[in-house]
Design a protein around this ligand. Structure first.
Ligand SMILES: [Zn+2]
Length: 255
């Protein structure tokens, strides 16, 4: 049986996500922005929390861990490089490690840049990746603890996943990301279609995620820094992709 996903809002613009294995009843929360919405989501679905898979140490991804662990005695899995900052950690993981949630298995990809130890959980068989604050739909995370080179390499790792991989990210930032992306590629037809779709979804108060690797490759400027259409648009044709990416990221920081 394939994984079931439940997506819900937390805090101002964070997403909480539960992934549930129907065959064993195991359920993991991806990050824990705050305990109450995770508890409400578990109650709504009738699922029992067995694991918390942490992507990075920021408080808006970890503040709910202590209360959830105290109540459910769940296992907390966290990036080895940030475990000391996260606390309440049972298992630390790094690049290439496998994490089992019931019968489901995630491979750990180190995707630093937003934070120095940020990781992504890729459930290959279920074709799902939980990318935290590394990649957003039509955008990417701010580079707070790394370099543009590091972030570009992390984004390439995600871009290289199978095209039909569903992407769940940590925040609903898509509308602002689309506004920025249109300043880079105003004539990208996939991006223009996405812009229209976003207006419709947000009007209906629906999430704009999950997205897919294939979709993001078609309209996310941060995954397209090695294409002429992007480098040319900012007057950097022929420049290396890291420099193009760094320039776009710096523009977005000021946007
Ligand atoms: Zn963050």
């Amino acid at each position: 049986m394939s994984a079931e996903i439940h997506l819900f809002s937390c805090l101002t613009d964070n997403y909480g996500v539960l992934i549930h294995d129907p065959s064993t009843g195991a359920t993991a929360s991806i990050d824990a922005p705050e305990a109450a919405p995770v508890e409400a989501a578990l109650a709504e679905k009738g699922w029992r929390l067995t694991d918390i898979l942490v992507t990075h140490h920021h408080a808006d991804h970890t503040a709910g861990i202590a209360a959830l662990k105290a109540k459910h005695n769940c296992r907390v899995i966290a990036p080895r490089k940030e475990a000391a900052k996260i606390g309440n950690t049972d298992v630390t993981v790094r690049e290439g490690d496998m994490v089992s949630v019931g019968s489901m298995v995630a491979r750990v990809l180190e995707t630093p840049g937003h934070t120095a130890g940020h990781i992504t959980y890729w459930f290959k068989q279920d074709k799902i990746a939980f990318v935290g604050d590394t990649l957003f739909s039509v955008g990417c995370g701010r580079i707070l603890e790394g370099t543009p080179q590091m972030m570009w390499a992390s984004l390439l790792k995600i871009r290289n996943l199978p095209a039909d991989t569903k992407i769940y990210c940590g925040h609903e930032y898509t509308a602002a990301n689309v506004r920025f992306a249109l300043t880079i590629e105003p004539n990208n037809s996939a991006l223009r279609a996405r812009a229209e779709e976003i207006v419709r979804l947000l009007e209906q108060k629906k999430p704009t995620i999950p997205t897919t690797v294939q979709q993001e490759k078609s309209y996310n400027p941060f995954l397209r820094a090695d294409l002429h259409s992007v480098s040319g648009a900012i007057g950097m044709e022929g420049a290396n992709p890291e420099s193009v990416f760094a320039t776009i990221r710096a523009r977005k920081d000021k946007f």
